[in-house]
Design a protein around this ligand. Structure first.
Ligand SMILES: [Zn+2]
Length: 199
């Protein structure tokens, strides 16, 4: 039997499902919520509910958005013919931090990982290929991370795009090899974009 009252044990169990949250942290968060005001607890619960009810994937680029198309795809100042391919929606922030990028995005929601049974069919690549087939892009920048999976994904996309009328480039390895582009600082990311090369 848990040493906590049922509602507390339930909150701790749910918090433990978050990445990087162990039993100790979950207990600390749960007690923080319990000690806080009713308003704060309701605001947290509403925010959690709202993220599931109000967000969806952009029908053009797969970014997580509350409006479809997303703000990048709908922006009149963005170059829609320049498409930066990233693994996860959070990677868009890393590219945006470099400030120089004025194109749009395509989010794969993962990388190829044969070891974990993730093949090309499990990635969201079809809308990207369709965009290129319709002649809607001049350049595709492959900005997947320089990890084993990220490189495999970039190679697969480069060959899938090879016969199509589009320039395909890969970001330079200014991003430390084996690391995630999510953690690239703005200068590193700007250099990685500037130094991109044709593949
Ligand atoms: Zn979009």
């Amino acid at each position: 039997m848990s040493r906590y009252a049922e509602p507390m044990a339930r909150l701790i169990e749910e918090l433990k499902k978050l990445p990087g949250v162990g039993t100790k942290s979950a207990q600390r968060y749960a007690f923080h919520i319990l000690r806080g005001s009713d308003d704060d607890a309701i605001a947290l619960a509403d925010a959690v509910r709202g993220v599931k009810a109000g967000l969806r994937l952009c029908s053009i680029c797969n970014n997580i958005t509350d409006i479809d198309p997303c703000a990048y795809c709908a922006s009149p100042t963005r170059n829609r013919r320049l498409v930066c391919v990233v693994e996860e929606p959070t990677n868009i922030e890393a590219v945006e931090r470099s400030r120089g990028y004025q194109g749009v995005y395509h989010v794969l929601h993962g990388t190829l990982s044969p070891l974990h049974g993730v093949g090309p069919d499990q990635l969201r690549t079809s809308t990207l290929l369709e965009r290129v087939e319709r002649g809607e892009a001049d350049e595709i920048i492959l900005a997947t991370s320089p990890t084993l999976e990220g490189e495999a994904t970039a190679n697969w996309l480069a060959s899938a795009l090879h016969s199509l009328p589009v320039r395909v480039t890969r970001i330079a390895t200014g991003v430390p090899a084996g690391s995630d582009i999510e953690y690239a600082d703005e200068v590193t990311m700007a250099r990685a974009l500037e130094g991109r090369r044709e593949v």
